[in-house]
Ligand binder design. Structure first.
Ligand code: KG4
Ligand code: ZN
Length: 357
């Protein structure tokens, strides 16, 4: 079973071919991030316009690198939510058109569930484009605890089987990736904030500042907006100003050493907030595996804390399948097809920008 996966929920136009839900044949990603950096965040109109320009070449390249013709493709999978409306629309319309003209079944994929399924990839075709991918030795076993950490989501989910899962908890306000992005802005570091805060934190002392961890009623719920405000107040206090001092002017007054210490202290606490709950969930639900999913899964600090603190060994997906990509959608589409999940109607599939798990 070979599935072409198409992902356009945010700023990445991505397509990939995956075989049997575990072998990567190609993974092509065209990002419009360079165009958004100057605005400090993704501009939906610019993202949608870039998808229009990139979608056909990206799909063609994904097929070419997989050495597949349309005859070799058994189904098409596409992200239909959650994401930016204009962005989702381009991928879904492309997938619907191809499903109709090439007469392939179409599978509608949830972006967040797709991130989780990237963990089922265990090998890649022998090709130069995929030569430096690292994979876990085995696919994760059920029950599986999924730690979902992206720019839009922070959730813990327990998967009893591929499509039998329940949400244990989630953020009550900002997602962890969003908190990284906002702290980056305060410190004058480039967007996206996850990698830039992570890089700055290398030179900082993670124990320099004590920042708060939110206490919530839900045992597995998170909150990051208080932490973000605490970083703002800390930065203002460090330069001797009060809460009225504008956040946009802080970066020019903070020294590089102060920025590094704030980045490191924030990163430690933000990641600890997630890892504390994951450890608690391991104790209560005794999963056979733990996986991480979403853009923040690329964080070395998250990987370090999980390796140190989880009561069971954890294997990590390759960084290239953690941030948005088509492989995760092709993988999810494979399982939807292989396990008999209903296909979508290519004449009527609609986008769902606010789709939840
Ligand atoms: O999953 P993703 O690519 O897009 C969404 O579905 O949201 O996640 C994007 C988020 C951004 O907030 C970005 O700052 C964060 O993932 N991110 C990272 C790293 N790379 C991306 N966070 C921490 N460390 C990283 N290396
Ligand atoms: Zn994502």
């Amino acid at each position: 079973m070979r599935v072409l996966g198409i992902e356009t929920s945010c700023d990445e136009t991505a397509a990939s071919v995956v075989e049997d839900g575990q072998r990567l044949l190609s993974n092509v990603v065209a990002s419009s991030m360079d165009l958004h950096v100057q605005y400090g965040g993704v501009v939906p109109e610019i993202a949608a316009r870039s998808h229009i320009e990139s979608i056909n070449p990206v799909i063609e390249q994904a097929l070419a690198e997989a050495e597949c013709s349309w005859d070799d493709i058994d189904a098409i999978a596409v992200t239909y939510g959650a994401g930016l409306g204009g962005s989702l629309l381009i991928g879904v319309l492309a997938a619907r058109t191809l499903a109709i003209t090439k007469q392939k079944p179409l599978y509608a994929c949830n972006h967040v569930v797709g991130h989780v399924f990237a963990n089922f990839l265990t090998s890649a075709k022998d090709s130069p484009a995929l030569a430096d991918y690292n994979f876990p030795a085995q696919p994760p076993a059920f029950p599986m605890l999924a730690i979902i950490v992206s720019g839009g989501h922070s959730q813990l989910a327990l998967f009893r089987d591929y499509f039998d899962y329940s949400l244990l908890g989630q953020t009550q306000d900002d997602a962890i990736g969003e908190a990284f992005d906002k702290v980056a802005k305060i410190l004058g570091l480039p967007y996206p904030g996850g990698p830039s805060v992570g890089k700055k934190a290398i030179d900082g002392d993670p124990l320099k500042y004590v920042l708060p961890k939110a206490k919530l009623d839900g045992k597995y719920d998170f909150s990051f907006s208080g932490l973000k405000t605490a970083v703002l107040r800390l930065a203002q206090a460090e330069i001797g100003e009060d809460y009225t001092f504008p956040s946009t002017k802080l970066a020019e007054r903070l020294s590089e050493a102060q920025k590094a210490d704030i980045a490191a202290s924030f990163q430690r606490i933000a990641v600890e907030t997630i890892v504390d709950k994951a450890v608690l969930a391991c104790e209560e639900f005794q999963p056979k595996s733990v996986v991480i999913a979403g853009g923040v899964a690329a964080s070395p600090e998250l990987r370090r804390q999980l390796t140190d603190r989880l009561p069971l060994p954890i294997e990590f997906p390759d960084l290239k399948v953690c941030t948005d990509n088509g492989a995760m959608i092709a993988t999810l589409g494979c399982y939807q097809a292989m396990l008999g999940q209903p296909a979508a109607d290519p004449y009527s599939l609609e986008i769902q920008p606010n789709l939840s798990m």
